[in-house]
Write a protein that binds this ligand. Structure first.
Ligand SMILES: Nc1ncnc2c1ncn2[C@@H]1O[C@H](COP(=O)(O)OP(=O)(O)O)[C@@H](O)[C@H]1O
Ligand SMILES: [Mg+2]
Length: 274
């Protein structure tokens, strides 16, 4: 039997489908276009990255896909269905891990389960499997033993690991990451690339990563999209054809450096496109 490789995904190539989408933050026709004619497809299980100048609409794109903000025009579909309200199959993490200081690490990870239906009622009836799941996730990202500590007792990198676990606890099909490692030092950031890659390889969810860091995009993604200055739209897309799992050594290969340079030149153009 022919086994479809993870990178071949014709049937699911439009798992996330954004076509000709715009988003206007202006009220009463004042017109403040954050996105215009944005088109982007992400295959099921794909790791996609988006890079672009500050203020070009990257976070806005995340809000559009997650259903937190309705589009003004165009198509936004996930798994073949029009996105009209916040999606439950999405997990999100941001630059600021935003852990609740009065909750332990374990309680922070469990938060989405305690809030979102249908997990909420399942959790009330039987907490043990969820606690087990949270502990397993924390162990997976190297945080076994810190479950009962508080976020403020942890380093920035450890807090960001907790934030990743919280984003994944309800086993979302899509993980949206908005500059998740932006505030970390270079060593910690590179460590977390490995953690994220392992989670993704093991669990096979679909990722959209927004980042300022071009090596981060090339290291992690199957495909990188460059977005123009506001109003944002995709002006360049490249597939990253590097074998997996990727290790730090790949960052020193000519191919890797070439991808980063190529993206950098497109970012320079992106800053000029009005
Ligand atoms: N809720 C909002 N209301 C009005 N303008 C907004 C809102 N959110 C973002 N913007 C504006 O839309 C543009 C795109 O923002 P954003 O998506 O946050 O950019 P990025 O994440 O690429 O830095 C920016 O000019 C920003 O100031
Ligand atoms: Mg942003």
């Amino acid at each position: 039997m022919h086994v479809t490789a993870r990178t071949e995904k014709p049937a699911d190539a439009r798992f996330v489908h954004v076509h000709g989408a715009s988003l206007d933050y202006g009220e009463d026709g004042e017109g403040f276009l954050a996105l215009k004619d944005m088109s982007l497809d992400i295959g099921r299980g794909e790791f996609a990255a988006v890079v672009g100048p500050s203020g070009c609409g990257k976070s806005t794109l995340m809000k559009l896909i997650s259903g937190l903000t309705p589009r003004s025009a165009g198509e936004v579909e996930v798994n073949g269905a029009d996105v009209t309200r916040p999606l439950k199959i999405v997990g999100m993490a941001f630059q600021n891990p935003a852990l609740l200081p009065w909750r332990t690490v374990l309680e922070n990870v469990l938060l989405p389960i305690q809030v979102v239906r249908p997990h909420r009622s399942d959790y009330r009836v039987n907490k043990a499997p969820f606690i087990e799941r949270a502990r397993a996730l924390l162990a997976k990202v190297g945080l076994a033993g810190v479950e009962e500590r508080y976020g403020w007792q942890l380093s920035g990198g450890m807090q960001q690991r907790v934030s990743l676990c919280r984003a994944l606890i309800h086993e979302p099909e899509i993980l949206l990451l908005d500059e998740p490692f932006g505030a970390l030092d270079a060593f910690t950031r590179e460590e977390l690339w490995g953690v994220l890659q392992d989670l993704w390889c093991e669990r096979g969810f679909t990722v959209l990563l927004v980042t300022h860091d071009l090596p981060e995009a090339v290291f992690l993604a199957d495909r990188v999209h460059v977005i123009s200055n506001r109003p944002g739209r995709v002006i360049y897309t490249t597939d990253i054809d590097l074998p997996r799992p990727r290790t730090q050594e790949v960052c020193f290969t000519p191919r890797f450096v070439e991808y980063v340079h190529e993206l950098r030149s497109h970012i320079s153009q992106a800053r000029q496109v009005i």
